[in-house]
Every structure is written in structure tokens, then in C-alpha cells.
Design a protein around this ligand. Structure first.
Ligand code: MV4
Length: 446
């Protein structure tokens, strides 16, 4: 097993990884920008190294500085966390070339899934259902119009290098194709440096349902159930739950079995997530995330399995500690993302946390690097805490969540806690009756 792990991240996820290391008897190295001198992840780690000024490109994305920090502290392995370098195939390859273990999948699998066209092609080969669409990248508007006629309108033009909704355009007619394709290409080129696009049938009211997988690359593959991540605004998830209230037992079984079988065939190693759109009783693969995700704790709450611990064990060459039969998914879990933002305008709200009180009690977990007196810097993602609640049933989980939201005090900055309080009182949410567009309509009518 590793003796020392460098955590190439900040905030709550750096803390999350530190906790898993500590429980395994592994020492930790924090890296931080000059804006994070007083950050909790730096305080708790055994050692820390300053890797640059506040802008992420000069610090948390600074590969030479991170590799140097690993070298001078004698770390055995690097955990990338999420965001930043977590899905950089080049970073994964360089970590290994410099003699450190990368706590994540192979650079080849990161690269395969990072390009949405090669990812979709791999999914088809693995027997995963995908959204009907162009068989690869489109050369020009004429080729797109050809495919659209075959698929049937409306269609969605998507960026091959993309994700997160950038470089995406709906076209409802051949006339709209002529503007949608160049618009998507331009945005994709500007954002990802890759203007290639492809085409899919547009699903008007799907849910976003994803499957959490753990695989050891030695034949061991398990799933930890699915998560419903349909509650989002501008492609930012706000609240996630497991299991999905939309699926019956037969649909769930079908989805989880097909995802697990496919990942086994792929020979994938580490934690990963298969994202699907679900509409009218059918599943369509859209993307795979080759990293730990923000919402991973809800899967941990229903399974009792520590995903980061398993990632570390797998990276050290150990086989999975569980077979599927050992995994008992129990009860219901919900995560509320607490952002340092105005709960109505979503304007960022960095600043000093003048008073802080965390909810507790049975089934309540808070993953956060906040403390009283901490100054939330303006340079990074606005996620400052995750409130994760578990209950024996969805209703028990909801009652507990309402109670925990009442207890949570974060003063001095604005947070999205009041939004979550409105959400857990909304009849459609209480009934589990929502799709990927529901939250934006809810915010618009309030
Ligand atoms: C789609 C879709 C409808 N039809 N694909 C958005 C981000 C990217 N990861 C995939 N996305 C979508 N792909 C087809 N064929 C609708 C979306 C989409 C979406 C997906 C998941 C969660 C939130 C979303 C919000 C808007 C659009």
C-alpha cells in the first residue's frame, strides 16, 4: 500500500480524500495556491506545498509544480480529485512517467471517454444503448442535414470535445441546421479547442440517470446503484438522489446489469460513472465520467462502501474488496449542493464565514472545508459544502433533510440553502416528478 499520497485538489474534495487516506494509515501532502494558505485541506494534511498564485491555471492546473511537489515530498501516488486535472489524460500519463501511481483510470481510458464521439463508438461496441445519431463527426452543414433527415427532427448538434452543455444546439428543421452547426462548431472551438461536432436525436424531456461503477482492472466490477441528477440549472447539478424515483425494479436491474457488464468488457480500472438519458422507459448512454464525482457520497450512504478507499486500493494493485453479492443497497440518500451564491440570482458570494453551525444526528453527513472565520476566496468553484442525508425510505430521507437544512447555519456569505428549503417543499419534487428542465421552470415561475 502507498505510504504517502499527494492530493492535487482543494476544498471539500481534498478533505474527502485526506480522510480516506488517514483511515488507511496513509500520510497526505496538500498542494495549494497562495489564495488557500488558510484552507482546511492544508491544515489537516501532514505536509503542504504552495504551488502558485490564485488563478487555477497557475496553481491547481500547474502540472510541473504538482509533479515537483510530489517529488520533493516523496509521495508514492497522486489523487487528482475532481475538476482541475482529474480528466486530463496527459496528466495521468505524466504522473506515471514520473514514477508515481495515478489514483484513477488509465490515460487511455480517460482519452477514449474524453472525446464524446469515440466514447459513443466504444459504448456501441460494448452493447450499451445510445441516442440514435450521426455515426461519428460531421464534415459540414450538408452532411449534418443529411443525417438529420435520416434521424428525424428535432436533432441536437453536440461538440465532440465537449460536455457540460457547451457547444450544443437544437435544430428543429433543415433551415435551423444551417445556423446550428456553425454556432456549435464555433463555441466548441472556442471552449475546447476542438470544433468537431456530431448529431443526435433530441430528447425533449429526459431524466439524467447515472450508474456508479467500481472496477479493479483484474475482472472485478461492481455497481453501487444509480443516481438521479436531473435537478440542475445551466448544466450545474443542484441536488442528487439515489435510487432514482423514476425507475421500477425491472428497469433499474436492466440498467445496472448492462452498465456493469460493459465496464467489465472495457477492462476499465478505478471508479467511473456511466451517464444516461432516460425517457419513456428507455435508456440512452450519453457520456462516461472517468473520475470520482461530486455526488459520490449518496452512493456511499446507501452502500456503506468508501469509494475513495477503493480507488486507492485499486491504484495500489489490490483487487476489489467486494463482489456484487456483498453490496446491499439500503434506503435512500439525497445530496444538496451548498454553493456560496445568492439563492435567487446565483451571483457568487465569496467572503468571510462569520458564524458556522453544522447539522448532525443519525443519517446526516456534511462534506465541507468551511470553518468559522474562513474566507471563501473568489477564484474557484462556488461549491462550499455538501449536505448528504440518508433514510430508510425516501420519505424518511426527505423529513430528515428538511430538519438538517433548518439546523445548518452559514453566516457572512450567501448560500443556496434557502433554495434547497424551497425545493424540499415543492410538491413535484416530493412526488419525484421532475425531468432535466423542471428546476429551471421552477426558478422561473417563483
Ligand atoms: C442531450 C439532451 C437531449 N437529447 N442529448 C447536456 C450536457 C451533456 N452532457 C448532454 N446534455 C444533453 N444531451 C440528447 N440527444 C439534453 C441534454 C441536456 C441535459 C442533460 C443532462 C442533464 C441536464 C441537461 C440539461 C439540458 C440539456
Amino acid at each position: 500500500m502507498f505510504e504517502k499520497v499527494l492530493i492535487a485538489n482543494r476544498g471539500e474534495i481534498a478533505l474527502r480524500i485526506h480522510r480516506a487516506c488517514r483511515e488507511m494509515g496513509i500520510r497526505t501532502v496538500a498542494v495549494h495556491s497562495t489564495a488557500d494558505d488558510n484552507a482546511m485541506h492544508v491544515r489537516l494534511a501532514d505536509e503542504s506545498v504552495c504551488i502558485g498564485p490564485p488563478p487555477a491555471r497557475d496553481s491547481y492546473l500547474n502540472i510541473p509544480a504538482i509533479l515537483s511537489a510530489a517529488a520533493i515530498t516523496g509521495a508514492d501516488a497522486i489523487h487528482p480529485g475532481l475538476g482541475f486535472l482529474a480528466e486530463s489524460a496527459d496528466f495521468a500519463a505524466m504522473v506515471e512517467e514520473h514514477g508515481f501511481a495515478f489514483i484513477g483510470p488509465s490515460a487511455e481510458h480517460i482519452r477514449l471517454m474524453g472525446d464524446k464521439v469515440t466514447a459513443k463508438r466504444a459504448a456501441v461496441e460494448l452493447g450499451i444503448p445510445v441516442v440514435p445519431g450521426s455515426d461519428g463527426r460531421l464534415a459540414d452543414v450538408a452532411a449534418a442535414a443529411d443525417w438529420a433527415a435520416r434521424i428525424g427532427y428535432p436533432v441536437l448538434v453536440k461538440a465532440a470535445g465537449g460536455g457540460g452543455g457547451r457547444g450544443m444546439r437544437v435544430a428543429r428543421s433543415a433551415g435551423e441546421i444551417a445556423t446550428a452547426v456553425p454556432a456549435a462548431q464555433g463555441e466548441a472551438k472556442a471552449f475546447f479547442g476542438n470544433g468537431e461536432v456530431y448529431l443526435e436525436r433530441y430528447l425533449a424531456k429526459p431524466r439524467h440517470i447515472e450508474v456508479q461503477i467500481l472496477a479493479d482492472g483484474q475482472g472485478g466490477v461492481i455497481h453501487l446503484g444509480e443516481r438521479d441528477c436531473s435537478l440542475q440549472r445551466k448544466h450545474q447539478k443542484i441536488l442528487e438522489e439515489t435510487p432514482s424515483p423514476a425507475l421500477n425494479a425491472a428497469e433499474r436491474q436492466q440498467l445496472l446489469a448492462l452498465a456493469t457488464a460493459a465496464i467489465g468488457k472495457l477492462g476499465y480500472k478505478s471508479a467511473g460513472t456511466l451517464e444516461f438519458l432516460y425517457q419513456d422507459g428507455a435508456f440512452f448512454f450519453i457520456e462516461m465520467n472517468t473520475r470520482l464525482q461530486v455526488e459520490h457520497p449518496i452512493s456511499e450512504m446507501v452502500s456503506g462502501i468508501d469509494l475513495v478507499r477503493e480507488q486507492i486500493r485499486i491504484a495500489a494493485g489490490a483487487p476489489l474488496g467486494y463482489r456484487q453479492d456483498d453490496v446491499k443497497l439500503t434506503g435512500h440518500a439525497i445530496e444538496c449542493r451548498v454553493n456560496a451564491e445568492n439563492p435567487e440570482t446565483f451571483a457568487p458570494s465569496p467572503g468571510c464565514v462569520t458564524s458556522y453551525h453544522v447539522p448532525g444526528g443519525l443519517g446526516v453527513r456534511v462534506d465541507s472545508a468551511l470553518y468559522q472565520g474562513y474566507i471563501v476566496p473568489p477564484h474557484y468553484d462556488s461549491l462550499v459544502a455538501k449536505l448528504i442525508v440518508h433514510g430508510a425510505s425516501r420519505n424518511e430521507c426527505l423529513m430528515r433533510l428538511r430538519r438538517a437544512l433548518e439546523e445548518y447555519v452559514i453566516a457572512g456569505i450567501e448560500t443556496t440553502i434557502p433554495l434547497h428549503q424551497r425545493l424540499v417543499a415543492a410538491p413535484d419534487f416530493v412526488n419525484g416528478d421532475y425531468d432535466i428542465h423542471w428546476l429551471e421552470r421552477f426558478l422561473a415561475r417563483a
